[in-house]
Design a protein around this ligand. Sequence first.
Ligand code: SF4
Ligand code: SF4
Length: 273
Amino acid sequence: MDPQALKEIIVRFVREAGADMVGIAPAERWDEDGRVPPDFRPAALWAPARSVIVLGLGMPLPMVETTPSIVHMELYRTVNRKLDLLAYDLTMLLNRRGAASFFFPRDGFSSLKPFHERPVAAFSHVMAAYYAGLGTIGASHCLLTPAFGPRVRFVSIFTAADLPADTPLEKDLCIRCGACADCCPKKAITLRKDRVVGDYDMPACLEMAEELTRRRCYPCGICTKVCPIGEDRRLYREKGILKKYRKEAEALAADPNDPQYRSWTHLRRYGTP
Ligand code: SF4
Ligand code: SF4
């Protein structure tokens, strides 16, 4: 089938099925760029891979703002499940059209335990989304996208079809405002002067993730909540919200019932241990 026509079918199919973002990277982009170790590249994971289709779903900002909470945890689970369903449906559609396909599920881990020994997943959707032109990597190590900033999750479908590729964004979206580093409860992110991507203290972030897992309200995502990037901020425009984020930890330490944060603290107090 004509590759451009197949790409159009893919884009129409995933848009109609609810995907907010779709981008395509050629499998050789991993080799050209070289940042991802060889064993973690698409062709090493599945030899016939010629193209990688990355799908993204946004996370509604006011729900992310409640983190850590039952609302945020359930949203995270719902988005993950919908991503896997989208990836499954697209994989089967491509197979039926004679383009052999395979998808790597969205999270790629069964629990947090393996991260103590091997602190990465077998495949990075963040790098795939970057190669597919969906965004750029910010100081927080999240992929920042024009539409949702980092409030978006991804899944990747490998296919043997040679599809027309999208181009990675040239301009970094991260403005190095430092909000992610300042608001991280574990101080796991440190901005660097010599590059956009910050230093990331994985064990510190993992400690937070384990605390929240024990409290049944994983994941954290405070660094995604406070990032000012994303057109979603226009939809949910709230005056002074960035200042409010920056003052939140201190204000709630002084007064856990601070009325400014009542809607968030209410949702954090109920539904989880
Ligand atoms: S919060 Fe600021 S520094 Fe952190 S990723 Fe977003 S734009 Fe970059
Ligand atoms: S997920 Fe939470 S603990 Fe981890 S880097 Fe982001 S803000 Fe920090």
